[in-house]
Design a protein around this ligand. Structure first.
Ligand SMILES: Cc1cc2nc3c(=O)[nH]c(=O)nc-3n(C[C@H](O)[C@H](O)[C@H](O)COP(=O)(O)O)c2cc1C
Ligand code: SF4
Ligand code: SF4
Length: 292
């Protein structure tokens, strides 16, 4: 778990309040869900990938409501584990948005992994702003996997891309997470009931972003060259442990970044002493990590 102090206490606080505030809804919904299960509907296994915790949090909420098993894709990718998974009939992927699509590493992992028995797939994408035409690509992925496509939900959560932008201050992050609750609950209810997720129609600009800007973004920006550890580094090894791509080696007690990076922002946001910088872009910016 990350010990980053800027966000931790605030966010735990939010989490407890949200859970307490929504408990009634959960209980009512859970009862409905249990009934659906008795009639054979609503089986689902929830897979999540995360850099800074937003998608893990969202996946946990959905799992809590639906009572389904949660699987950590970070661990699978880190161990290069693409072994068959006995997934049941329904699979749910909760992931961040990278350049208006699901992260490439997750897409590849889904392609390479056999999900025994899976027939239907839902996608829940957390984002700082919007997901463009990610749904179009998720639909294609389902066609490849011979799954029925059950929709893509867009959940706006705090921005985490500190290599490019500023992240919201804790009070703003707290509001964004609160505002996300109805959409998370709507998605969880649709999944548990075996319904399609509500989707907005992609515009031509959305299609340009997901189709044309996405590959340019990866080739120009997604590199680890600019990462460095400052003299504040205490050699704790947390950045390397968290990196889902094993892209951080330790040399002389210090982290050194290699050339396999997906810009998930885990290493830079979770360093307990804020010793990771991304060129000059991150200098002086607060870090964001949702540690619940
Ligand atoms: C490499 C990268 C690309 C991103 N691209 C988008 C994007 O296209 N649209 C968007 O709204 N947010 C984008 N974001 C913001 C994240 O999708 C958002 O903060 C997400 O909730 C982070 O999830 P996580 O904490 O589970 O990693 C991007 C973040 C990163 C690190
Ligand atoms: S950069 Fe931060 S997380 Fe990585 S080893 Fe140094 S102190 Fe630990
Ligand atoms: S090096 Fe850092 S940003 Fe890149 S994949 Fe690893 S943890 Fe994520």
């Amino acid at each position: 778990m990350c010990s980053h102090t800027v966000c931790q206490s605030t966010v735990i606080d939010i989490f407890v309040q949200i859970l307490e505030g929504s408990r009634k809804n959960f209980m009512g919904f859970r009862a409905k869900y249990d009934m659906m299960n008795k009639t054979g509907k609503g089986e689902a296994m929830i897979f999540y990938f995360t850099g800074t915790g937003n998608s893990r949090y969202t996946a946990r909420r959905i799992a809590e409501i639906s009572g389904r098993e949660l699987i950590d894709i970070n661990e699978k990718i880190k161990r290069q584990d693409t072994g068959s998974i006995d997934a049941g009939a329904e699979v749910v992927f909760v992931v961040p948005t990278y350049a208006w699509r699901i992260p490439k590493v997750v897409e590849q992992w889904i392609r390479d992994t056999h999900f025994t028995g899976a027939a239907k797939a839902w996608f829940v994408m957390t984002c700082g702003d919007e997901i463009g035409n990610a749904a179009g690509y998720n639909r294609k992925l389902c066609e490849e996997k011979h799954w029925e496509y059950m929709g893509t939900a867009q959940i706006v959560m705090p921005e985490n891309y500190i290599a490019m932008f500023a992240v919201p201050k804790p009070s703003t992050a707290r509001k964004i997470i609160q505002n996300a609750q109805p959409r998370i609950e709507t998605a969880a209810e649709a999944i548990a009931a075996g319904r399609m997720l509500p989707e907005e129609k992609a515009t031509s600009i959305d299609r340009i972003k997901s189709r044309m800007i996405n590959p340019v973004f990866y080739s120009l920006f997604v590199k680890a060259d600019a990462f460095r550890a400052t003299d504040q580094c205490v050699g704790c090894g947390k950045c390397g442990e968290l990196c889902p791509l094993n892209n951080i080696k330790t040399e002389g007690g210090r982290p050194v970044w290699q050339n396999r990076c997906t810009h998930c922002m885990a290493c830079i946001c979770c360093c307990p002493v804020e010793a990771v910088e991304y060129g000059r872009k991150s200098v002086g910016k607060p870090r964001y990590y949702l540690d619940v």
